[in-house]
Design a protein around this ligand. Structure first.
Ligand code: URA
Length: 281
């Protein structure tokens, strides 16, 4: 539309197709097709093929899903070991998740894992994605493996976890819960309350001995060892953006191939997604 010229103006900025290709949407030809098909919006309006954008300012969406077009954005997936805090700094001097990834550009963790919880956490300098992922309306589901005290849970205890248990800050929302082996629970929740999984398990009489996050929305990585990180692949970033665009209350989703056999202890042995790209820098 000729009226949708944003800050980049008619001649300034970068051709939209180039920006899309750079963001990993495919070749320029594919990007051309997306634009010609009317699937690309800039600042909320369907973009013309000749559209130019300022990647720093303009908001680009494909099929309603925001595309990270700003240069300099980084997104890391880290397998947090126990004992590391998920903050930018720690007054007690404990190692932080930020100290495990490159210092520049500066990144922050998206959400929290307890210091004693292990597993996947996202670090980024992408404020918009962070807001979406942490906003209750859009928050993606997260999957945990919990090794609990007291042996196998009985069916009524599993049912209570699934239906919702009463905690001091209210009843938990329905969760997906299975027991792949006695005393090992696979729990998928959508809420992000403080120490939620630990409190849920304690509420049914089985305190957590070890807790590992093995999935964040569409992201898994069975090959990422404790303390290791890697950049998100373009397809993963898009899948995450799409998941963070869906409205909360949509059914809890899983990645293909779930569930898989449990080998306690290592998130790297607990998934099927992810693949071998460990491009550690
Ligand atoms: N639930 C917990 O109890 N702890 C975490 O770190 C994450 C979810």
């Amino acid at each position: 539309m000729s009226g949708d010229l944003g800050p980049a103006g008619p001649a300034g900025g970068v051709r939209l197709q180039k920006v899309l290709a750079r963001a990993g949407l495919g070749s320029r030809r594919v990007a051309d097709e997306l634009v010609s098909a009317g699937r690309v919006k800039v600042n909320g309006q369907v973009a013309d093929p000749g559209r130019r954008v300022d990647p720093e300012i303009d908001r680009v969406e494909v099929d309603g899903v925001p595309v990270a077009v700003r240069p300099g954005l980084v997104h890391y997936l880290l397998n947090k070991p126990a004992g590391v805090v998920s903050t930018v700094s720690d007054p007690e001097g404990r190692p932080t998740v930020v100290s495990l990834v490159p210092a520049e550009p500066r990144v922050h963790p998206v959400g929290r894992l307890d210091a004693d919880t292990e597993g996947l956490i996202l670090l980024t300098n992408d404020g918009e994605l962070t807001n979406r992922l942490t906003h209750p309306r859009y928050g993606v589901d997260k999957e945990y493996l919990a090794h609990v005290d007291g042996g196998a849970l009985r069916p009524h205890q599993l049912r209570a976890l699934r239906d919702g248990v009463v905690l001091d800050d209210g009843t938990t929302a329905p969760a997906r819960v299975s027991q792949p082996s006695p005393g090992v629970l696979r729990i998928t929740i959508h809420e992000g309350r403080n120490r939620q999984v630990r409190r849920m398990c304690s509420a049914v009489g089985h305190p957590v001995l070890r807790l590992v996050r093995v999935r964040i929305g569409p992201l898994r990585d069975p090959d990422l060892g404790p303390g290791e990180w890697r950049p998100l692949r373009v397809a993963e970033l898009h899948a995450l953006q799409a998941a963070a665009t869906a409205t909360a209350g949509d059914p809890v989703t899983t990645t293909a191939g779930d569930p898989e056999p449990v080998i306690p202890g290592d998130p790297g042995t607990l998934g099927t997604g992810g693949g071998p790209d460990r491009a550690l820098r």
